[in-house]
Design a binder for this molecule. Structure first.
Ligand code: DAH
Length: 338
């Protein structure tokens, strides 16, 4: 091997061996292999080497480069190992890992999303309306007279302005029909407010899901079929569903819907889950009066509506005994739904 190159190689290997960290190793690399490094400069001199020695010179150059490069790589790995070991000082990497707590959707969110999914499959689209409502949209347009008990100051939160916190999501029916023309097929999940005494089954803020289907040929069998399907999807395909005659001012005829269910740890029984009925023509008439047209002509247009309590559905689904658990945000309760 060319003597000069042999010297460069042995000096380089010494430098590499002496490097104590990545930085000094890099300095060593640059001083030998860098553009102006000792081996690079020696290599550039090949042009001055006599022709017959060029081949041998080239070979020793390559051999030196290979030896230096592999020494650099080995040293790099050795330094990395030292650094890794230092980083682990005092840590036992063989201990089992700590699992991270996983988040989950709130049970009410889960029930709401499930209800929306089922109804969307049947063609219902989401609609929305304000929670701060006026008496007209919450009561009058829904054929609910001024002396109806729901309008009592003891039952409803009124503002000084005369506005109120909506007592049900049925107001979204009115808001929707004021601007849309049949066919209308909407659902409106959202909060409702009542001056209820808070106990295990009542909160002053709760969650409802309203539905409305208006077209030229909507019938009572459509209402029954839709809601039977809904509750069987929700609670199991063999769930019994019962329509019990009732009164609501804005539907005629009206029903309450019961499903026969066995809540964990209880005997099977009928549980009320929703109100529904065929839209009262008086509702169409008041909307036509606001719209100043006859888009909802009571002679040719029919519809059904329904409203259900989402908190109640969640309580039934998971056998939750106290509605207050749904708003306390106690992670010991919530983590059970993960
Ligand atoms: N709004 C009623 C309530 O809060 C529930 C209801 C009953 C809604 C009958 C409807 C319906 O759309 O047709 O008690």
């Amino acid at each position: 091997m060319n003597e000069q190159i042999a010297t460069i190689q042995s000096q380089a290997l010494e430098l590499i061996a002496a490097a104590s960290d990545e930085r000094s190793l890099d300095d060593a690399r640059v001083s030998v292999l860098g553009k102006k490094g000792s081996l690079s400069l020696a290599g550039a001199a090949i042009k001055d080497v006599p022709k017959e020695e060029k081949a041998a010179f080239g070979q020793s150059l390559n051999a030196a480069r290979t030896a230096i490069t592999s020494a650099l790589e080995e040293k790099q790995i050795a330094l990395q190992e030292i650094a890794d070991r230092a980083a682990l000082a005092g840590i036992d990497p063989t201990l089992p890992g700590r699992s991270l707590p996983t988040g989950a959707l709130h049970p009410l969110t889960q029930i709401r999303d499930e209800a929306i999914q089922i109804l969307r499959r049947m063609g219902f689209a989401l609609a929305d309306g304000p929670e701060i409502e006026d008496e007209y949209h919450c009561f009058d347009a829904l054929n609910t007279p001024a002396d109806h008990p729901a309008r009592n100051e003891k039952d409803t939160f009124y503002f000084n302005s005369g506005k109120l916190l909506r007592t049900h999501t049925s107001s979204v029916q009115i808001r929707t029909m004021e601007t849309a023309a049949p066919p209308i097929r909407i659902i409106a999940p959202g909060s409702a407010y009542r001056r209820d005494e808070i106990d295990a089954t009542h909160l002053s803020v709760f969650n409802q899901l309203e539905g409305l289907y208006v077209d030229t040929d909507v019938t009572l069998p459509d209402l029954k079929g839709t809601l039977e399907y809904f509750f069987r999807e929700m609670f199991g395909t063999s769930t019994e569903v019962r329509f019990r005659p009732h009164f609501f001012p804005f539907t005629e005829p009206s029903f309450e819907i019961d499903v026969k269910l066995q809540i964990k740890g209880q005997a099977p029984r009928w549980i009320e889950v929703a109100g529904c009925g065929m839209v009262d023509p008086a509702v169409f008439e008041s909307i036509n009066a606001t719209r100043k047209d006859n888009a909802l002509c009571p002679e040719s247009v029919t519809g059904f509506a329904f409203g259900m309590g989402l908190d109640r559905l969640a309580m039934i689904r998971w056998a939750i005994k106290d509605i207050r658990l749904l708003i306390e945000n106690d992670t010991r309760f919530l983590s059970q739904f993960a």
